[in-house]
Design a protein around this ligand. Structure first.
Ligand code: NAD
Length: 369
């Protein structure tokens, strides 16, 4: 596969492949843009069918991180890494340390965080060999950014319903959540407490039952959840769920979820707009996780984190208003707004691209080595 000619390649600054013979590690790190700071983003472990699929994923995800961090006014660039392998079968502490060495070899241009297939324990293994790891703070959530992601999503959903429906809460509105895992479950709780009627589906019978028992979520079949008649659809499971086949069948006026890369292609943003569906760009509305990770590194107080998360409302409203005025899709407007922020900083280059030190706990671990 030719990297530079691939449609997922977008002037990425760095794409590097890592292999460790002893542990069998095969991994790719991509850093998309470091104008605002080092490329921070999750380390995903997934049994990709081939190297091309892994490469495309890391290229797309790292680009999304650039936009996400820029929109969230974070001093961070966009990066991501993928480990090719099945997290249930192929993961070991030694493999994660080998990944840590690979991350370390980039000298801080990339800083790893948690993602699908990796957890805080894995990041701690990585942090035993490199300070360029984040999201492992010893806070009340054990470093898990999901509560902040769910809260940011909730803030965004309230802004979207205010904009579209002219109401100031989700009380009495129907919300369909695809995926009741870390984020989906917590989102369901926030919505329930706000008075919303919550429908949910999950391929995991355990997760579905838990949400039904503890929160009163109304179970829906996994094949039907996207097409439920609802006010809001919240995809919180997988990427690429909005495409040429699914969009014509949607029956929700607003789409706002945590999953990364919900649109299968950029054309799908226009498809949603043409159907009159208000799409909240995923990289804007799910920024709570990276905001949380950033504040873990700074050791910020909870009130500061909440104040930063509240900014998701302002950003989203700006995007929705610009989109209304220009007729462009919300996705295109959000990307343009992110690029404006990056370009403004490029004109004042002091500070961009500096490797940031890892969070205090990681620094202590590195110092102790
Ligand atoms: P998770 O793995 O805890 O939850 C995902 C849930 O979706 C699981 O319960 C899984 O069983 C379910 N699921 C998988 N396939 C499904 C399907 N076809 N239909 C219905 N349910 C299905 O993940 P999470 O941390 O809750 O994250 C959810 C999404 O949000 C992911 O795409 C993730 O990349 C993204 N995201 C998460 C965070 C975060 O802070 N956790 C931040 C930003 C983005």
């Amino acid at each position: 596969m030719s990297v530079f000619l691939d449609s997922a390649y977008d002037n990425h600054e760095l794409v590097t492949f890592g292999h460790d013979r002893a542990t069998g590690l095969r991994a790719i790190i991509a850093v998309h843009n470091t104008t605002l700071g080092p490329g921070v983003g999750g380390c995903r472990m997934y049994p990709y069918p081939d190297d091309d699929a892994a490469l495309r994923d890391v290229l797309r995800l790292s680009r999304g991180m650039t936009y996400k961090s820029a929109l969230a006014d974070l001093p961070l660039g966009g990066g991501k890494s993928v480990i090719i392998g099945n997290p249930r079968e192929d993961k070991s502490p030694a493999l994660m340390r080998a990944m840590g060495e690979f991350v370390h070899s980039q000298g801080g241009r990339y800083v790893a965080a948690e993602d699908s297939g990796t957890g805080v324990e894995d990041l701690r293994e990585m942090a035993s060999v490199t300070p360029y790891v984040s999201g492992i703070a010893d806070n009340e959530h054990g470093g898990d950014p999901s509560p902040s992601t769910a809260y940011g999503l909730f803030v965004g959903i309230r802004a979207a319903v205010a904009h579209r429906l002219g109401v100031d809460s989700t009380s009495g509105l129907r919300v369909a959540i695809q995926g009741l895992g870390h984020v989906g479950f917590l989102l369901a709780r926030l919505l329930r407490d706000d008075g919303a009627i919550v429908y949910g589906a999950d391929v995991s019978a355990i997760n579905l039952q838990r949400a039904a028992d503890l929160l009163g979520v109304i179970p829906v079949d996994v094949d039907d959840i996207l097409f439920c008649e609802a006010d809001i659809l919240a995809p919180c499971a997988l990427g690429a769920v909005l495409d040429e086949q699914t969009i014509p069948r949607l029956r929700s006026g607003i789409v706002a979820g945590a999953a990364n890369n919900q649109l299968a292609t950029p054309l799908d943003a226009a498809r949603l707009r043409d159907r009159g569906i208000l799409y909240c760009p995923d990289f804007l509305i799910n920024a709570g996780g990276i905001i949380d990770v950033h504040h873990q590194r700074l050791g910020s107080a909870e009130t500061e984190v909440r104040a930063h998360l509240a900014g998701i409302e302002k950003n989203l409203l700006e995007v929705l208003q610009r989109s209304d005025r220009s007729g462009e899709s919300t996705d295109a407007v959000a990307e343009a707004l992110a690029m404006e922020k990056i370009d403004r900083r490029r004109d004042r280059p002091e500070g961009g691209g500096r490797p940031l030190l890892a969070d205090p706990e990681t620094r202590r671990a590195a110092a102790a080595r």
